[in-house]
Design a protein around this ligand. Structure first.
Ligand SMILES: *Cc1c(COP(=O)(O)O)cnc(C)c1O
Length: 363
């Protein structure tokens, strides 16, 4: 039964959202909770909206078990703006250490160089970012203000399964493409940020979770107001007009996750989906994964046939079969299946069945 004629969307982002969430948004579209208006039309300072944003924060805190000494901020500007906001707000000594495991980490590393002495302390560039380097005993700078990682590398399909040993320095993590895919011990981080369009909501909302003592007032005088965590924290993310509707959709996704049983249940489902796909890849004679096994992401799964023409044929035929957005990033080539929280198990099974048929027909 597929009453909406939806297809399986393996996009890396913006990406698939839960049908139940879209249905609720539809039902509430013209008259949210007897307010007589759409969430899109209401003041961000109204009582009814205040309940939405407060509820979103409360649910997120519960899902991730966020300690009281961490602030939750709903911001804009995407992960890209955090590439600037993080160094601007967190550099005190003017030194930070970056681990470069992909394009997003590299972009963050390059951006941060505008603001301080930024060291690349580890990288997996040598093998086209197909693995996570050993980070158990890195040369952490003595006066580093923080150590930076991109925890799940959306493009390359790798994930830090063990956090780096930061030797006491605060860890900053770009969690955009694995946020809420599994339980996380927030206390291990100084700051977590995530653009929600991968796993949590529509593009336009950026979530920052930051330990309070990292929120500083003594920033350089040139710092744009909108980039100060302090301004947003003091105003509960309502310093200016927030991305109201996007936050509302996120709030529905948080409720969806809670109804599912929370992040440990979500993690089990995600692992099950990834296992179906990786098991197939490991046994296929035609398709193979591009990532070292111990570094494999459960969210983004790149794979290739080894032949560009076969890859193109596969993508074309898969699209006709209702399995879309499978083209890999141009720097990896081949295919990439993003199987975020909202991708149903049946979607992954359908993909694997299609791959089996393709392999059989292309021997
Ligand atoms: C998509 C993505 C980004 C970029 O997000 P924007 O919202 O386009 O700024 C950064 N980091 C990671 C890990 C991503 O997946």
């Amino acid at each position: 039964m597929n009453k909406y004629k939806r297809i399986y969307n393996f996009s890396a982002g913006p990406a698939v959202l839960p049908v139940e969430v879209l249905e609720t948004a539809r039902d509430e579209m013209l008259n949210y909770n007897n307010s007589g208006m759409s969430v899109m039309e209401m003041s961000h300072r109204s009582k009814v909206y205040d309940e939405i944003i407060k509820g979103a924060e409360a649910d997120l805190r519960q899902l991730l078990n966020i300690p009281q000494n961490y602030k939750v901020l709903f911001l804009q500007g995407g992960a890209h703006l955090q590439f600037s906001a993080v160094p601007i707000n967190l550099l005190k000594n003017g030194v930070a250490d970056y681990i470069v495991t992909g394009q997003w980490a590299r972009k963050a590393y390059i951006e941060a160089q505008k603001y301080g002495k930024i060291n690349k302390i580890a990288s997996s560039e040598d093998k086209n970012f197909s693995y996570i380097p050993d980070c158990s005993n890195l040369d952490i700078s003595k006066n580093a203000d923080y150590v930076y990682i991109c925890e799940n590398n959306t493009i390359y399909g790798t994930k830090f399964w063990k956090l780096p040993n930061t030797k006491g320095k605060d860890l900053v993590s770009d969690m955009s493409s694995c946020f809420l895919s599994e339980p996380v011990d927030v206390t291990k981080y100084g700051l977590i940020f995530a653009g929600v369009q991968k796993n949590v909501g529509p593009a336009g909302v950026q979530i920052v979770i930051i330990r309070e003592d990292l929120i500083r007032e003594d920033l350089p005088s040139w710092t744009p107001e909108m980039l100060k965590y302090k301004i947003h924290a003091d105003n509960n993310s309502l310093y200016n007009t927030p991305p109201c509707f996007g936050i509302y959709i996120c709030s529905l996704v948080f409720k969806w996750l809670k109804n599912l049983g929370g992040l440990s249940v979500m993690k089990e489902i995600n692992e099950k989906k990834a296992r179906i796909l990786y098991d197939f890849l490991d046994n296929s004679k035609l398709f193979k994964g591009t990532v070292e096994k111990s570094s494999r992401s459960v969210m983004n799964v790149p794979f290739v046939t080894g032949d560009e023409q076969s890859d193109a044929k596969f993508i074309k035929e898969a699209t006709s079969a209702g399995l879309v957005q499978l083209k890999g990033h141009r720097t990896v080539g081949g295919m990439r299946a993003s199987i975020y929280n909202a991708m149903p198990v049946e979607g992954v099974k359908a993909l694997v069945e299609f791959m089996k048929d393709f392999e059989f027909n292309n021997k």
